[in-house]
Design a binder for this molecule. Structure first.
Ligand code: PAF
Length: 282
């Protein structure tokens, strides 16, 4: 596996592949890799000649300094994992390499997608995400880029950005990867205590129940039920739960047979923020 820390060397190397008409699959990450990331890489390997993974803990997408400080950094283990799945290229730049002296986001308009859920609770988060993803797309110029559906809102926003800026990349959403007990895999899970790890699967169990309830119950009743369930959970604090239209990501009050819905949830286990979502059948 080739490892690059600077844009110029990476671009020079990629130019060789491009000249030889090789297709490039790209998996952007913030490191602390787990099986969910590896599954994105496996998907990318199936459909592209080479796979580039980036590891960059992007400061502009954190609304909370403490969260940024605490974000797990495990570069040596990440490199081992990347080699184990035969990743071709790792791009692991410094903050200075990406932002020079100006560590700030561009401002974006994603037709309102950015104001829902994560956007409402983490101010500026999606400006930061879009800034780094656009920058990485410009450096790497991948044919396809792979994102997990755990961050479903991020996936929809990246698709919207590609559309709005007419970027020449196909964005692929991949299924959520879960621990055996159902907890959605996340780099942040590494910070959970034993007790929090045991409590975590409650999130997915609850989403599964919501999926069943959605067949027969109205949205107001489902919301009430969920809030009560979380009141019984001392280790998990609900930040938000919403059933939203998959396209607009706007909270739904009633079901419309012509729309597709998804349930989204954000929960705190201590100071560790966990998100998850599930598709609902109308
Ligand atoms: O999903 C993530 O890990 C990050 O938001 C991403 C896409 C790598 C951008 O920093």
């Amino acid at each position: 596996m080739k490892i690059f820390n600077n844009k110029k060397d990476l671009k020079d190397c990629l130019l060789d592949y491009k000249t030889n008409k090789k297709t490039i699959g790209f998996v952007p990450t913030m490191g602390a890799l787990h099986e969910g990331h590896l599954s994105l890489i496996e998907n990318a390997k199936l459909k592209n000649d080479i796979v580039v993974v980036s590891i960059f803990v992007n400061p502009t997408q954190f609304d909370n300094v403490e969260d940024l400080k605490q974000y797990p950094k495990t570069i040596e283990n990440d490199i081992k994992l990347l080699k184990s799945v035969s990743c071709d290229i790792l791009f692991s730049p410094s903050v200075k390499e990406i932002y020079s002296e100006n560590i700030a986001s561009e401002k974006f308009n994603f037709d309102g997608l950015e104001h829902q859920m994560e956007g409402a609770f983490r101010k500026g988060h999606f400006d930061g995400v879009a800034t780094i993803v656009k920058t990485l797309f410009e450096i790497i110029e991948p044919n396809k880029a792979y994102f997990g559906q755990k961050d479903f809102q991020q996936l929809q926003i990246v698709k919207k950005m590609v559309d709005k800026y007419d970027l020449n990349v196909t964005v692929k959403g991949c299924p959520i990867y879960r621990e055996e007990n159902g907890l959605a895999m996340s780099s942040r899970n590494a910070r959970l205590s034993k007790e929090q790890k045991e409590a975590g699967p409650f999130i997915y169990r609850t989403l599964n129940k919501i999926q069943q309830k959605f067949d027969t119950e109205n949205i107001t009743k489902i919301n009430e039920w969920l809030e009560n369930e979380f009141k019984k959970q001392p280790l998990l604090t609900l930040e938000y739960f919403t059933i939203a239209d998959e396209k607009t990501l706007k909270t739904a009050k009633n079901k419309d047979a012509n729309k597709t819905y998804r349930a989204f949830i954000a929960v705190f286990a201590g100071d560790i923020r966990l998100i998850d979502n599930i598709a609902l059948k109308n």
